[in-house]
Unconditional design. Structure first.
Length: 579
């Protein structure tokens, strides 16, 4: 079945007729196209005969009986105008991709704690237990099929999708998990035990940020983690070294940590203890061998801001930081210039001060802060929008039409006005730091504001059929962290020509989805991918240099203040520069 470029009339079992329009399109997977209309998701199979194979209609009706908040199960059959079954529908699931939760950047921005990780893992534990009690096997519960709902940040809740790939009611599956990274290579078929093994792999990454078979181990190349899974050479193997970006294993409750070691290292298969179960004795597995840097000190570090009990969460290029208590601090004079209640905040420099935008419950609020006086004034914005997107010091409102640039004009008092609008598919575009990633009926495009008022829309085939976990963009340079259906993570670096009509690409296999890079206005990027080394890239000149320093570590979250490289570490903010 080809991707729909015009309206498609369908019938929802128990609901009636529905017209799917191109703007309702969300994404395309290996088996079908996904549409969203309101709070309903419709999956149309690419293979029109899918519904007639393997008792799919009966299977979907059985799965529709699964009633659990965290399981996004089919609700009914979808038929075409002729009455032929072509898919199914289910409720819309709001949430972040699980792979983003693995990253330290996500933890920093959302103030996602070890306690929140326990709550999330416990919710996933309950989900798997419920599925098994309903005589269902999840088959391929990898990180791309888990979402995280952050309605209550202290109690994050999981959502599991792709439920139509499950098996139910005693069906004997002659299949294994599709994603290699969560597959139990010591079992020929999926089972209750292989489901728990997959749960273990994903939740271990929620806690630590790394796959249980990653890290450096003598005798294995970094890309050979599947070989290590087969040999049971996990992170608990003596001699494995991990970067400091990996969170210490002591963040895992002791009973669960013992289960991880028994499962990944010793080949035991059993249901895990609840992540909420605590223990008093920490097993040997909590001892993490860190990579040792022998680099000399060749950089200068300066503390810019720190306040006990009030961690720095974000640093904006305009010289403002967001702290845990919601305060906005201007770095130049170390003064608080405002307070926000939402963590979805963007700040840009404008004439005479700053423009602050916040999002809460899909509602936008704006204020202008005068630089000399620090006076804050609310602003009115009349257009309907539901999100914010920032590229450098340019701010945009996200609506169903695309992105509309915002500007401040001073007529005695500040007035917020709308500039140019660039179209984007509302359901299938994800917005990152300086770049939007759009799936247009299976073809990937990047939306890249550049210069003072321009925005490029670039087709990037390298991103087709893979998931972008994180991305950052600056002048003529984009860095993306991606994961494919095998669970392989990769970093893509795209360098564009001056008018963004062509680009070159560099692809690098990486251990995890963390993207630790600061891109400066002068077209220079600083990044950290291993302890003891800061990489300086001038992409437009194709120059890369590495600066060795024993103080550099992968747990330093990079940002920038203009052309100054910053990093957040131990709840404070620092700058780093060459001597």
């Amino acid at each position: 079945m080809a991707a729909q470029t015009k309206a498609l009339k369908v019938q929802l079992e128990g609901r009636g007729n529905l017209t799917l329009r191109p703007d309702d399109y969300k994404t395309q997977g290996g088996e079908g196209m996904i549409y969203r209309t309101g709070d309903t998701i419709v999956k149309i199979y690419l293979d029109a005969g899918k519904m007639r194979q393997d008792g799919m209609i009966e299977k979907i009706r059985k799965l529709s009986r699964l009633k659990h908040e965290t399981i996004i199960a089919p609700q009914g059959i979808v038929s075409n105008a002729s009455g032929d079954p072509i898919g199914y529908y289910m409720p819309f699931a709001q949430g972040e991709p699980m792979s983003r939760v693995f990253t330290n950047d996500f933890r920093q921005r959302e103030h996602f704690t070890d306690e929140a990780a326990k709550v999330l893992a416990a919710g996933m534990h309950e989900t798997v237990s419920f599925a098994h009690s309903a005589h269902a096997l999840m088959v391929d519960a990898n990180e791309l099929n888990w979402l995280v709902y952050l309605g209550n940040r202290a109690k994050p809740s999981p959502r599991i999708i792709d439920v139509d790939s499950w098996v139910i009611d005693g069906q004997i599956p002659k299949i294994v998990a599709k994603m290699s990274s969560i597959r139990d290579w010591h079992s020929k078929l999926v089972s209750v035990e292989s489901d728990w093994f997959a749960w273990g792999v994903v939740t271990f990454q929620v806690f630590t940020g790394t796959h249980p078979y990653k890290g450096t181990l003598a005798g294995y190349k970094p890309s050979e983690f599947i070989e290590r899974m087969k040999a049971q050479k996990s992170v608990f193997t003596p001699g494995v070294s991990l970067n400091r970006v990996v969170r210490d294993f002591s963040c895992i409750p002791a009973p669960l940590l013992s289960w991880y070691e028994a499962t990944f290292q010793n080949g035991e298969r059993s249901a895990p203890p609840s992540p909420m179960l605590s223990g008093t004795q920490m097993p040997r597995a909590a001892q993490v061998m860190r990579m040792v840097s022998t680099a000399t000190g060749s950089l200068t570090f300066e503390k810019l801001y720190s306040m006990a009990g009030n961690p720095v969460l974000r640093a904006y290029p305009c010289g403002v930081i967001l702290c845990s208590d919601g305060s906005l601090v201007e770095l130049g004079m170390k003064r608080v210039i405002g307070t926000v209640t939402s963590r979805d905040v963007e700040v840009v420099a404008v004439a005479g001060g700053w423009l602050v935008g916040t999002v809460e419950n899909d509602s936008l609020e704006f204020r202008y802060i005068d630089s000399p006086s620090g006076k804050s004034e609310p602003l009115t914005y009349m257009l309907k929008a539901h999100g914010l997107f920032r590229a450098g010091d340019r701010l945009f409102a996200i609506s169903d039409r695309g992105i509309t640039e915002l500007a401040i004009t001073l007529f005695g008092k500040p007035v917020l006005s709308s500039g140019n609008t660039w179209g984007a598919l509302p359901n299938s575009t994800k917005w990152f730091d300086g770049v939007g990633v759009q799936d247009a009926l299976g073809a990937a495009f990047l939306l890249l504001p550049f210069g003072e008022k321009a925005c490029a829309i670039a087709k990037v085939p390298e991103l087709n059929a893979i998931t972008v976990v994180a991305a950052k963009a600056g002048p003529r340079y984009v860095v993306l962290s991606t994961v494919d259906r095998n669970g392989d993570y990769e970093r893509l670096e795209l360098t564009f020509d001056r008018d963004y009509s062509t680009y070159t690409v560099v692809r690098t296999a990486v251990d995890n989805p963390d993207l630790n890079v600061a891109i400066l206005p002068k077209s220079v990027a600083a990044s950290i991918s291993m302890d003891g080394e800061l990489t300086i890239t001038v992409p437009t000149a194709n120059k890369v240099s590495k600066v060795a320093d024993k103080q550099i570590s992968t747990d330093m979250v990079l940002a920038n203040w203009g052309d100054k490289v910053l990093y957040i570490q131990n709840d404070g903010l620092w700058s780093v520069r060459t001597k």
